[in-house]
Design a protein around this ligand. Structure first.
Ligand code: NDP
Length: 328
């Protein structure tokens, strides 16, 4: 029987999960839950229900894993523990500083409900975290570097939109090529924020707005732009829609370290992602972890986990015997 999946929250990530389920023949989408009017939501999967988020608990016996696709800022801290009482749950919570509290809340709820929760699944946190862990365990004396981009930062794009005279905006984070080269050489460079990433902004201004004032407001904005070399391009609304409608992202996790009695040999471990669609890729990672949640739950396990706690074979659609044939 296919793993029966539910989606709570139908934004970019929710739509991505719907596509990911379609790409995994051992999964089936049963229902999408939304806080908006379900009648106004058009989903793509034939046969799946669209219901109000309030009605989710009534589907608890028809769904094996509920995937929470709300925002990290205010949705997931409430929704994931709430739903862990009724379902095995997965989320992509990415407010790094609050992960320990979120873990505790989901752990308590999941244990009480007899379910599994896997939190902070995606690429960062997620695949990047996993690759940092593998690399640091293998090269304990080494050094980690993470570069993000080229990709759209939703938070930085929003910060620009709040400036007076700005109609719309898209911000790209871009790794500095020289910094990447220096890190890959194994020289363990000390890099400042400015040396690692640049920021490029595409801005649609309101009719008659003061472009110079907008540019100054962007490049001097504390926390967001002041510590970076930032370029601002003013473009038309048509150009923004035509050239910047996608949500690409990606980046590099690199660790360099030494081995040998006298540290005579250097090693570079690199994991990189180039993603046309950040939410669709994040959703694909989540789908693999949904399979793991299902299997752990079938074993009778309960409580919260992160990507660090899940053995790789639990992610694969293939069984252990089949996987062992392909170790080489
Ligand atoms: P969205 O803003 O597209 O969606 C968030 C929620 O907003 C939806 O679930 C939806 O809930 C609600 N919503 C309200 N109005 C609308 C509307 N008009 N259109 C669409 N949605 C609406 O966020 P994303 O899906 O892009 O991202 C969700 C979270 O995923 C982010 O907050 C981030 O934390 C996380 N993420 C994690 C990554 C990782 O690597 N770990 C990578 C990328 C994202 P409802 O249907 O109930 O109204």
């Amino acid at each position: 029987m296919a793993i029966r999946v539910g989606i709570l929250g139908y934004g970019n990530l929710g739509r991505g999960v719907e596509c990911a389920v379609r790409h995994n023949p051992d999964m089936e989408l049963k229902a999408v839950f939304t806080r908006r009017d379900p009648a106004g939501l058009q989903i793509l999967t034939e046969g799946a229900k669209v219901l109000s988020a309030e009605d989710a608990p009534s589907m608890k016996d028809e769904i094996d894993v509920l995937i929470l696709c709300g925002g990290s800022a205010t949705d997931l801290p409430v929704q994931t523990p709430q739903m862990a009482e009724y379902f095995n749950v997965i989320d992509s919570f990415d407010t790094h500083a609050n992960i320990p509290q979120h873990f505790d809340a989901v752990d308590r709820a999941a244990r009480a409900g007899g379910h599994i929760g896997i939190i902070s699944v995606g690429w960062d946190p997620g695949m990047f975290s996993l690759n940092r862990l593998y690399a640091s365990a293998v090269l304990p004396g080494g050094r980690d570097y993470t570069f993000w981009g080229r990709g759209v930062s939703q938070g930085h794009s929003d910060a620009i939109r709040r400036i007076h005279g700005v109609k719309d905006a898209r911000q790209y984070t871009i790794p500095v090529e020289e910094a990447l080269t220096a890190v890959r050489s194994g020289s363990c460079p000390e890099l400042t924020t400015r040396q690692k990433h640049t920021r490029e902004c595409f801005v649609v201004a309101e009719e008659g707005a003061d472009l110079k004032a907008i540019e100054t407001a962007i490049v001097t904005m504390p926390n967001y732009f002041a510590d970076y070399d930032t370029t601002v391009h003013f473009i038309s609304e048509e150009e923004l829609l035509r050239d910047h409608a996608g949500i690409p992202h990606g980046g590099f996790v690199i660790r360099t370290g030494k081995t040998g009695w006298e540290d005579e040999n250097s090693h570079v471990i690199e994991y990189s992602l180039k993603l046309d669609s950040n939410p669709e890729f994040t959703a694909s990672v989540i789908a693999a972890y949904a399979r793991a949640a299902y299997r752990l739950s079938k074993e009778g396990q309960t409580g919260c986990r992160t990507v660090f706690d899940i053995a790789p074979s639990y992610l694969s659609a293939q069984e252990g015997e089949e996987l062992r044939k392909h170790l080489l």
